[in-house]
Ligand binder design. Sequence first.
Ligand code: PSV
Ligand code: MN
Length: 408
Amino acid sequence: MSTDYEHLAAKLTDQGVDVAAVRARLSELVVEVPSWGFGDSGTRFATFLQDGRPRTVLERLDDAAEVQRLSGASSRVALHIPWDAVDDYAQLGREITDRGLTVGTINPNLFQDVDYKLGSITNPDAGIRRKATDHLLECGQIAHATGSDALSLWFADGTNYVGQDDLLARRHRMREALQELHAATGSIDGDPAHPALALLVEYKLYEPAFYATDLADWGSAALLCREIGERAQVLVDLGHHAHGVNIEQIVAILASYGLLGGFHTNDRRYGDDDLITGSVNPFALFSIFTELTALPQLPRISIDQGHNVETKVEAILRSVLNIQDSYAKALLVDRAALAEAQAAGDVNRAHGLLTDAFATDVRPLTASVREAKGAAADPVAALRSGGYPQRIVDARGRAAGVAGGWGR
Ligand code: PSV
Ligand code: MN
């Protein structure tokens, strides 16, 4: 153990922190990483293909395994269908476990097919709604075959102009499709290997729809979940709100109704920017974790990012580390003192207890927890010196200078 860690542990112990308990909770943290976060992504202006970018789902899994090897906190990988489509999903499940990973959520794709121009499960055309619902059902089967226990559902559905479609009819169409999905995704014959699937329902304020997104906010998603069935819960993506929205309060309210299903983490300045988690506003991330650590258990924490100009393996790794650090800081909050200050109406002390925890440099602690798990004390340095970035360029090839986007 490093002397930095010894000093920090001694200081925290003096402050009354149960360091062993904090370490135990930190070492249980599992951050789910997105297969799509390693692949090509861009803006609507251009996609800059990167050297060494993964060409197949197996190479995306290799990248996820490297992040897990270094962080020790990201053993779950989310899949996106059809981007990660294969012929044999049981075999894909084995490829994942062979790499020391587990299967996270299955994410259907209902936003790229030309049929979905006017919506997927809300489309005015019943035939297109059927096609979209069938894709959801297929993703349920893929979840069972790969060993996943959850579908993560985001719909690009919405309208651009007043009068374009009947808003209420679209809501009813969405409900009907998701109720059918709920009915079709129970456990298979009570077999623990094929559990009933959690349905995580994600909302987003705008984009690609610019007038009325069919599922635009957490309240609307929560009401829908209540109608869909008991396995439906809301998924909060940090980039999917209007500016200034208090996400930690949303977290507390959803959790109190048993409707907080999970998170998509990322960071942003403007819209759904997909920047490294914790890179823009680490205090906001910490504030969310402060609410989460008060819950009996953490909900599913998944990264949802697509990196345009920075190398992807390191960007995802940095996100995992920022999440670890935020969680560690939140675990240091003196809850008893906070409750006392709140009850006494001591606003400054209550706030100060949070800023004190936030200001603590927890990196020696998270490094030590990683080391104890056989991961890297300094994962970014280990990634850079370990040769993986160069090996993937050698094996997968260079793509520098190639940009796709408008007109290509
Ligand atoms: C699009 O906004 C998006 O980023 C949603 O957040 C989904 O979760 C993700 O794509 C994957 O489909
Ligand atoms: Mn998302």
